[in-house]
Design a protein around this ligand. Structure first.
Ligand SMILES: CCCCCCCCCCCCC/C=C/[C@@H](O)[C@@H](N)CO[C@@H]1O[C@H](CO)[C@@H](O)[C@H](O)[C@H]1O
Length: 589
């Protein structure tokens, strides 16, 4: 799929029209070789008998979490900036068996996307409006007032996309079902849109015909607008039943073929960005309460859908139901300062633990109950702003996760900071911490996304110890670039990011973390929510200015393809030097 000179109207900074260049211009300096060291990073379980309540402080003492920098001259070790892990050991992944895992016989590699971000066809074939359709059409909400009305036109081009996936030999593809494409008015009683069902039927069938396992998300943020208008969306407990009806129909109509279901994608963003900061649809700024209430209903809805599957469909369909949580890592600024250690623990608990702890252990993290409860009392409120689960609800919610989906992008350094409760409520001030970044961390694209690979391994080990080593699918991991870089197809930084992050995941596998699959985020450049099309996460470049939305492979396609075909890193040389892959690079300048 070569890009033709002059065929690409995208403008670079400075107004130059993009044109082809030779690949040689794109070669970066060869990074220093990373020496192979022995397996001294393996975590010692014997040293950590308390697997369920391990604190972040204890984890920092684990051998794999060592932040001590090796001397530059020490044989076999290479110092890393940012106080990362001492070891740069390379791991060689072996094919893994999956006892009890329906369909996937080995470690699963794939990529993903979501309905609103990629499908387009926002008002076609009977689809109803979602909160994102309405939000994006309001002026001033999205960068450059972009909308995903057309986006990648995935609704029409999914066959082409499956051809790309087939060529890359994906084991799975992760996508989401648009609720208002199935129930245009949000609820089953009103109308089922058979054209929408047919679209997903065709997509699923074609994936399976090509031996690609569908991993299907039921909610990737596109709530039917009518439910927002009538009930206030996730502020209202009635969403629990409406979502359950939608999920139940999906199980009924697609569950004979879909065996991996994700109830919610990244509910943290739905709750915090949708109902606290208002940067995402539905754009509400209910500071200090809105996010907690939305999350409360989302957790209940997740549990209800898991029980629906468990009681009505599991014996027949033999699939799995999980949730995908955004889980960025928090590292104490000072690892011997107890206040920093606790602050970093709070960061992780207010992020992933907010959802994972009820689902695995039955209730919110104690630290959330303590902090929000105390601040609510100081503010003169009679009850905590964090809602409470009844004891029946706790037992109903506990254990509703067949696998845990993890969306991981980045890491923060965390230090303690007190926010006096008199200064107004907010999810952010409730945590009493500050997030910091190391300016030396690479940050090629999104403002919030720094490449900190060692945080990934720590996170995965933390999940293992906190939640009893659940089955994990990495459901999102990737990096963006800003459009104005003008080297869109020569994504050397993305290859570096994948190399480093996948390698840390493989180390975690060796540590004994139960990771079953990896999903590169994302297959295509697509609509990135409030950032519109200004950030590109795709393995494939999409020319959004061309109405046919052509896709062009970035250099990382070949790189990831080789990882997939080798079931990991094929050989040491490959791991050591990304520059080898840059010979595959066709790029724009
Ligand atoms: C003490 C007061 C402090 C106030 C600070 C307020 C700052 C709030 C800003 C929060 C912004 C967080 C941004 C985080 C973003 C990502 O974690 C999130 N977008 C990840 O979700 C996935 O992102 C992918 C890339 O955009 C996207 O393609 C995918 O669909 C999402 O699931």
């Amino acid at each position: 799929m070569p890009i033709q000179p002059g065929s690409h109207p995208h403008q670079c900074v400075g107004g130059n029209t993009v044109h082809l260049a030779t690949w040689s211009a794109c070669i970066a300096p060869v990074p220093p070789q990373e020496p192979l060291v022995h397996d001294e990073t393996r975590i010692s379980l014997a040293a950590k008998p308390s697997l369920t309540r391990t604190t972040l402080g204890q984890l920092c003492a684990a051998p794999w979490a060592s932040r001590s920098r090796p001397a530059a001259t020490e044989p076999g070790l290479e110092p890393r900036i940012s106080g990362g892990t001492a070891s740069t050991a390379m791991q060689y992944l072996r094919p893994l068996r999956h006892p009890g895992d329906p369909g996937m016989k080995r470690f699963s590699w794939g990529a993903g996307g979501s309905a609103y971000q990629t499908e387009g066809a926002w008002d076609k074939d009977g689809k109803g409006m979602s909160i994102w359709d309405v939000f994006a059409h309001k002026k001033g909400k999205i960068f450059l007032n972009d909308t995903a009305d057309h986006s990648c036109e995935g609704y029409y081009k999914f066959k082409d996309d499956i051809t790309l996936m087939k060529d890359m030999k994906f084991n799975h593809y992760r996508f989401s079902i648009s609720w208002p494409r199935i129930f245009p008015n949000g609820i089953k009683a009103d109308h089922i849109n058979e054209k929408g069902i047919k679209y997903y039927d065709d997509l699923i069938n074609m994936l399976l015909d090509n031996n690609i396992t569908p991993i299907v998300t039921l909610y990737h943020w596109d709530l039917p607008q009518v439910l927002q208008e009538k009930y206030g969306g996730w502020q209202n407990v009635s969403m629990v039943n409406y979502f359950n009806d939608f999920a139940n129909l999906c199980f009924e109509r697609f569950g004979d073929r879909v065996k991996y279901w994700i109830t919610f994608n990244n509910p943290w963003s739905s709750a915090v960005e949708g109902y606290e900061t208002g940067e995402h649809a539905p754009g509400l700024k209910l500071r200090g309460t809105g996010a907690y209430k939305a999350a409360h209903h989302i957790i209940k809805a997740h549990a209800k859908v898991w029980h629906t599957y468990d009681t009505q469909w599991r014996s027949k369909q033999k699939g799995l139901v999980g949730i995908s949580l955004l889980a960025d890592w928090g590292e104490p600024v000072d690892i011997i300062n107890q206040r920093d250690i606790e602050a970093a623990e709070r960061y992780v608990q207010f992020y992933m633990g907010w959802f994972a702890t009820p689902i695995f252990n039955g209730d919110y993290p104690q630290v959330m109950k303590d902090y929000i409860g105390r601040k609510s009392a100081q503010q003169g409120l009679g009850t905590s702003r964090l809602p409470v689960f009844s004891s029946q609800e706790k037992s109903y919610i506990k254990g509703t996760c067949d696998f845990l989906g993890i969306g991981h992008f980045t890491t923060r350094y965390i230090t303690q900071k007190n926010y006096p409760s008199g200064r107004g409520n907010s999810y952010f001030t409730d945590r009493d911490l500050v997030e910091l970044v190391d300016p030396r961390w690479p940050d090629p694209g999104s403002e919030w996304l720094y490449s900190v690979p060692w945080g990934f391994r720590r996170l995965l080990n933390y999940i293992k110890t906190q939640y009893g080593n659940p089955m994990i699918y990495v459901t999102e991991n990737g990096v963006s670039e800003k459009v104005q870089r003008c080297t869109d197809l020569c994504d050397d930084w993305r290859m570096q990011y994948f190399k480093d992050y996948i390698n840390e995941m493989l180390k975690a596998l060796k540590d004994g973390v139960n990771v079953k699959g990896y999903t590169a985020w994302s297959l295509l450049d697509k609509f990135e929510w409030d950032e519109g099309f200004s950030e590109r996460f795709g393995l494939f470049y999409v020319d959004f200015l061309n109405k046919n939305k052509p896709r062009y492979p970035k250099a990382s396609v070949q790189y990831y393809k080789r990882i997939i075909s080798s079931n990991g890193f094929p050989n040491q040389r490959e791991v050591q030097s990304v520059s080898q892959s840059q010979t595959l690079c066709t790029h724009l300048i």
